[in-house]
Ligand binder design. Structure first.
Ligand code: ADP
Ligand code: MG
Length: 503
């Protein structure tokens, strides 16, 4: 009897302890969960992009554009002159070439134009890698290599139309490095980026160096236009649709350009008398405004970047950075709570989480969020994350992406406002309901926009919210692929020396 009651007593004590333990564990778990949720809630509040706030960003963008056009260094927006006055309009004829030098590879293209705004442009492309040793060689060696490749490409004809025989061969050159443009076909290299260090090129006219190499190789090909990829995108958009007024690139980096009235470019009044309009390269990645919803994660990312205080807008919206903002939030969650178990060393590795990965997590439509689970396990090395926590991770991806897309939309409306295409009276005027809104096309390109469906949807939604349905229905965003190739060949056509009747 006695022994039995002892057993019962022991059982009660043990069971009681277990219950207490379980309750304690549950309380602790709930507390930890709440801490993690608090981190997410704070980010959500700090990333808030109400339509009122977006309209402030719109105004700031338009005002900064004005300031950047008024004087050199007047704004963080450089508002660079491209000297591109003639955008292709579909009437171009003949065969033109393009050289697209983006990074450690380049492409050469040949485009055949029949003068009828060809819906599908017949063209040929060749992709080539630049040998490593040339990245740090001399401008002569570098351009001799490029010129040889071009010569081989041009001589592998295909160019057999009568038009081409009579005309001089012309080339558009997409050069994705910082340059000071002097004319449509000349520009001085300011500095190299992306691993290039051809020291004797800095301060030289880049197309002139290419032209000299082409002469050395005995190739009769004139460099007719030097542009960046955004300008190529605008050209391609305009070729297909004359209502195209601006182009946006949202990929690894981000930029925008648009067609401006020459008399609004105050910083070079008097110099530009030949044409009524010019494409302006905004370099909008460097836009900044106190109205941008900035978090401690953005501040840290900026401080730890190789270019602190530059490219502030880009660091909030482009594909290079979104994954890393999410990683920083996850790190904070893991420091504040134990919902992810241990703190994986991967959380502290910059850029380990890429933007395509956060897109995959965010767009995971499997019932148990298997993709989120896979990325957490394989990339961040946190296995066995409960479903509830996986959902929270997905939410974080959504917050960061939504802010980016909505800010990009505000930037676009800022451009429309500057050129009086947002349905308001421009920078100074209020909203005018009586104004007739013209059909307005914005060419858009880049891996973030074209591959991340929810990013695209958030951007469109914000555009509609800011402009209102009546105005937004006149604004069309058109995906325009391969501006830096085909678009640039089209610019060679519209700036061709064969076009005596233009300007
Ligand atoms: P680049 O900007 O380097 O010229 P792209 O326009 O192709 O090249 O954009 C590539 C960038 O787009 C990637 O760095 C990435 O940030 C983003 N991206 C590509 N695919 C996806 C995807 N599926 N989801 C989200 N972002 C993506
Ligand atoms: Mg690109």
């Amino acid at each position: 009897m006695e022994a039995n009651s002892t057993v019962v007593l022991i059982f009660h004590v043990v069971a009681g302890d277990m219950v207490k333990c379980l309750v304690g564990w549950r309380v602790r778990k709930r507390r930890e969960w709440k801490k993690a949720v608090r981190v997410v809630r704070e980010v959500e509040e700090e990333c808030e992009t109400s339509v009122e706030r977006l309209r402030q960003v719109v105004d700031a963008m338009a005002v900064e554009m004005h300031a950047g056009l008024a004087s050199e260094g007047g704004s963080k927006l450089k508002m660079l002159l491209t000297h591109v006055h003639n955008l292709p309009n579909g009437s171009e004829r003949g065969t033109y070439y393009a050289l697209d030098l983006e990074g450690t590879y380049f492409r050469v293209l040949r485009v055949h134009l029949n003068g009828q705004q060809s819906a599908i442009l017949e063209h040929e492309v060749e992709l080539q890698t630049i040998p490593q040793h040339l990245l740090t060689s001399t401008s002569k060696d570098f351009f001799d290599f490029i010129a040889s490749s071009l010569k081989e490409f041009v001589e592998k004809e295909g160019d057999d139309s009568e038009l081409s025989v009579a005309r001089r061969k012309e080339l558009g050159f997409t050069f994705s490095f910082p340059i000071k443009q002097i004319s449509v076909c000349s520009g001085i290299l300011i500095t190299w980026t992306k691993g290039f260090s051809i020291v004797d090129m800095v301060g030289k006219d880049v197309p002139a160096c290419l032209q000299e190499a082409l002469v050395r190789k005995g190739l009769d090909l004139r460099v007719a236009a030097l542009v960046n990829d955004t300008v190529g995108t605008l050209a391609l958009g305009h070729y297909h649709d004359a209502d195209t007024v601006a182009a946006i690139v949202i990929g690894t980096s981000t930029n925008a350009c648009y067609l401006e009235r020459t008399d609004a470019i105050i910083k070079c009044q008097g110099l530009l008398t030949t044409s009524r309009s010019m494409v302006v390269n905004m370099e909008w990645g460097n836009f900044w405004s106190s109205h941008l919803p900035r978090t401690s994660y953005d501040i840290d990312l900026n401080a730890e970047s190789p270019n602190p205080n530059d490219q502030g807008f880009e660091k909030m919206i482009s594909g290079m950075y979104l994954g890393d903002i999410v990683r920083r939030i996850i790190l904070k969650m893991s420091l504040e709570s134990d919902i992810l178990g241990h703190i994986s060393s991967k959380f502290s590795m910059p850029f380990i989480l890429s933007t395509p990965m956060i897109a995959a997590m965010h767009e995971d439509d499997s019932p148990n969020l298997r993709e989120v689970e896979r990325i957490l396990k394989d990339i961040l090395e946190v296995p066995d994350v409960p479903l509830k926590v996986r959902k929270l991770m997905m939410k974080v991806c959504g917050i960061v992406t939504r802010r980016a897309a909505r800010l990009a939309a505000a930037g676009i409306v800022g451009i429309l406002k500057k050129i009086g295409r947002d349905g308001s009276g421009g920078i100074t005027g209020g909203r005018r309901s009586d104004m007739k809104m013209r059909r307005t096309v914005v060419a858009i390109e880049g891996g973030l926009y074209s591959n991340y469906t929810l990013f695209r949807e958030y951007l469109h939604e914000a555009l509609h919210e800011i402009l209102g349905e009546d105005i937004a229905k006149h604004v069309i965003l058109k995906v325009t692929e391969d501006g830096s190739g085909i678009g640039t060949a089209l610019l060679a056509a519209s700036h061709s020396s064969n076009n005596v009747d233009r300007i």
